[in-house]
Design a protein. Structure first.
Lengths: 234, 73
């Protein structure tokens, strides 16, 4: 018996267009569960993540958002049966309905901030000597190295919080809902915003203004519009 | 009722790397979780910004890669 790969959740009755295909060319169809319809395709087992499948998943979600308000389902949420899918939807029904209402008429935009070229500055300390095999010769050396490591991470987080606050201040009028992520270098920060559909140009303009400041020149990258991936966290 | 937002469904070669990373991270790390069998949620490793690595290595290697680079902050 085959299981199902779900793509997105929409209001009941909004079915995918005829001929829409998803992962591995499988036909996408709508599965009705109470107040919702889940767009799914049949998959015998949890599909592996590769670029082609990730892109195919996104294409189906984008097709749904082109037609109605849709909540993206995270890739990999394979379910073994209709019954299992229905049970999961029903137990989160109120949260899903609230999320759909929140996403209505809105789009997700994103801005990623590149790290500065050099690592965060921290007060220089004496280099902790190490033995040939890389071990620390004594406890003091180890603790000194550990302290320096904490300082670097603390300084990086301080920079991230500072940048996040500046972006929030710049976008306060168009993007009250945000999701902040703390990526690894070379990215410093990634922020997703849920904005009204008509505010995209204003959003880009506000960030362009920030990008013209010396501190952020060449470091900002705006992406979107996206389906509300970062705000569909039920 | 809605305007299309699928503007990033262009072929891979048409995308810039940052947008591709943003796409992968959104698809594999965000969104409603319906099944308990998340393909790429490996040993609770945080997948923030390792999207491209997800596409290039097996789950056991992914776990090693993220732990060695401190991706799970």
């Amino acid at each position: 018996m085959s299981g199902f790969h779900p793509y997105c959740i929409v209001t009941a009755g909004c079915h995918p267009p005829q001929g829409l295909t998803g992962l591995d060319g499988a036909s996408v169809h709508g599965f009705d569960v109470g107040r919702f319809t889940v767009w799914v395709s049949e998959e015998r087992a949890a599909p592996p993540a590769d670029l082609e499948r990730v892109t195919a998943h996104h294409a189906v979600v984008a097709a749904a958002v082109a037609a109605t308000t849709a909540l993206p389902v995270r890739f990999g949420s394979w379910v073994p049966s209709h019954e299992a899918l229905a049970a999961r939807i029903q137990e989160s029904g109120d949260d899903l309905e609230a999320a759909l209402a929140s996403a209505a008429g809105r789009i997700e935009m994103g801005v990623s901030v590149r790290d500065v070229a050099s690592p965060p500055e921290v007060p220089e300390r004496r280099n902790a000597p190490r033995t040939v095999d890389g071990a620390y010769p004594d406890g003091r050396s180890y603790l000194r190295a550990l302290s320096r490591s904490y300082s670097v991470r603390h300084e990086r987080r301080r920079q991230q919080d500072e940048v996040a606050a500046e972006i929030a201040r710049r976008l306060a009028e168009v993007a009250p809902e945000t999701r902040v992520q703390y990526p690894e270098p070379p990215a410093l920060l990634s922020v997703a915003h849920l904005i009204a559909r008509g505010d995209e140009a204003r959003y880009r303009s506000l960030l362009a203004g920030l990008g013209r400041t010396p501190q952020y020149a060449g470091r900002l990258h705006v992406t979107g519009p996206w389906p509300p991936y970062s705000f569909a966290t039920t | 009722m809605s305007e299309p937002v699928g503007g990033h469904v262009a072929p891979f070669s048409d995308r810039d790397p940052i947008t591709l990373v943003e796409l992968v991270n959104r698809v594999v790390d965000r969104g409603v979780i319906l099944g308990g069998d998340l393909t790429i949620s490996v040993a609770d490793v945080d997948l923030l910004y390792v999207g491209l690595r997800v596409l290039l290595c097996s789950p056991d290697r992914l776990e090693h890669a993220t732990s060695s680079t401190g991706a799970s902050e």
